[in-house]
Design a protein around this ligand. Structure first.
Ligand code: HEM
Length: 431
């Protein structure tokens, strides 16, 4: 099941839009219809808690962060964190994002390029600068490797009924311990250096320290600040890097789409570095990114919840304690919702597109109250990086066959992705 998890869930689709099965002693229901997904995740959101295996596997890294907590604690944390992630606040990070990308792309040697390493570096640098006002520097390769190790071991451990302690001499545990130590060391060095300072900085760490609950006036505890930083670091770069990887592959193999996106970027920017306002005014480029996340959603599966009480969805009663699974990979490729579902057609996402997208059919950032907190951040970051890439390079494939999608925590191309990057002549910015 772990080896072909998406295929395994897809096979349940023939049982209907609500497919029930027993796995060990658990009753598990897959929800395949977009309207039912909405009914579950939005209308019955108060009857859901996260499936505990995710947080259990990542316990050491996720702490008591907003990704993990439930009930009143989650509500308080989410309420406090929202102002740090509004489109307006996030727009304030655009300059830090483009600085990281411009510097990173300037180091790329045209020719065959390992795109995973490139995007891991860029997105990690973006999150490091926005969290701590500090470039990631030399730490990237080791940190990116640590994130990969954790992502790989995590998916394996999620299929065990319990997490065996990390100190046990089991395969993979030593690598997990090393990776976890490395990430804690990296973050702690930044956070501890500013532990007592009321530095008034406008980076995310400064903002987290300054947040006050509007009802109680309380600040986040020191541990909560640490945990939210760790989650932003973890959740905030691998997902965006993965989305950019698949986007690059799709543009490299659809040169007409690449040319059109680049023409839009050139017409809008005339060679200058994009701002947050520019990013909101590149509809075709945005559509290419949305379509890439449709075909290859970074969080492709394991949006799993446990019911805390009986509910009725689509006329079917689901008893308390049932595990319900929502799988973006399958919703995003359902031919009932998407004409030519397997084809890369960015036009679907252009304003005025003829075919309306059913609500609940497109959920790369999840849906309901636990929708991705960082989605505006991610969209801005990806649009800016994508525009900068197209300004500087032509992308073409090295291999003719598409990379195999492989589920870790995010959906990565198995064996990585190499593309050929040809440098463009620099454009002269218009006065
Ligand atoms: C392309 C990039 C991204 C994608 C596709 C993505 C996707 C998601 C998805 C699907 C969820 C919901 C999971 C579920 O319902 O079980 C989620 C939650 C979350 N994401 Fe993202 N994410 C991205 C980037 C980011 C960034 C940049 C940040 C922070 C800087 C972030 C922070 C979070 C947090 C904190 C949650 C938990 C929210 C809660 O439970 O209340 N994500 N993300």
């Amino acid at each position: 099941m772990r080896r072909d998890y998406l295929g395994f869930i897809g096979a349940q689709q023939r049982l209907g839009d609500l497919a029930a099965q027993r796995i060990l002693r658990e009753r598990v229901v897959d929800v395949f219809d977009p309207a039912l997904v909405r009914a579950l995740m939005v209308d019955h959101a108060d009857a859901l808690v996260r499936w505990a295996r995710g947080p259990e596997v990542f316990a050491d890294l996720m702490g008591q962060s907003v990704l993990v907590t439930e009930g009143a604690t989650w509500q308080r944390q989410r309420r406090m964190l929202m102002p740090a992630f509004t489109p307006k606040r996030v727009a304030g990070y655009a300059a830090l994002m483009t600085q990281a990308a411009v510097e990173g792309l300037a180091r790329v040697r045209p020719g065959e390029v390992a795109m995973d390493a490139l995007y891991s570096h860029l997105t990690m640098d973006v999150i490091s600068r926005t969290l701590f006002s500090t470039p990631i520097g030399q730490d990237t390769a080791a940190a990116a490797h640590a994130v990969q190790v954790l992502s790989e071991t995590a998916l394996g451990e999620m299929f065990w009924p319990v997490t065996l302690p990390d100190w046990l001499p089991l395969p993979g545990k030593a690598a997990k311990r090393r990776a976890s130590r490395l990430l804690h060391g990296l973050l702690a060095s930044h956070i501890n250096a500013r532990a007592d300072a009321d530095d008034g900085r406008s980076d995310l760490l400064g903002m987290l320290k300054a947040l006050r609950d509007e009802t109680t006036g309380e600040a986040l505890s020191r541990q909560e600040v640490y945990d939210q930083c760790m989650v932003s670091f973890q959740a905030g770069h691998e997902t965006s890097a993965t989305a950019l990887l698949w986007w690059s592959w799709l543009l490299a193999t659809h040169p007409e789409v690449q040319d059109r996106a680049r023409a839009e970027v050139d017409a809008m920017l005339a060679g200058r570095v994009p701002t947050a306002d520019d990013a909101g005014a590149l509809p075709y480029l945005s559509a290419t990114l949305k379509e890439a996340m449709r075909l290859y959603p970074p969080v492709a599966a394991i949006m799993t919840r446990r019911l805390t009480r009986d509910i009725t969805v689509g006329g079917v009663q689901l008893p308390a304690r049932t595990l319900v699974r929502v799988t973006p990979w399958l919703l995003h490729r359902d031919p009932r919702c998407w004409p030519e579902a397997e084809a890369f057609r960015p036009e679907r996402f252009l304003p005025g597109a003829p075919h309306e997208i059913p609500r609940g059919a497109y959920i790369p950032f999840g849906l309901g109250p636990r929708v991705c907190l960082g989605q505006h951040f991610a969209v801005l970051e990806m649009t800016l990086i994508a525009a900068l890439v197209l300004q500087r390079f032509h992308l073409s494939p090295v291999e003719a066959s598409p990379p195999e999608p492989r589920m870790a925590v995010t959906l990565r191309p198995a064996g990585g992705l190499r593309l050929r990057l040809a440098a463009r002549a620099p454009q002269q910015p218009q006065p």
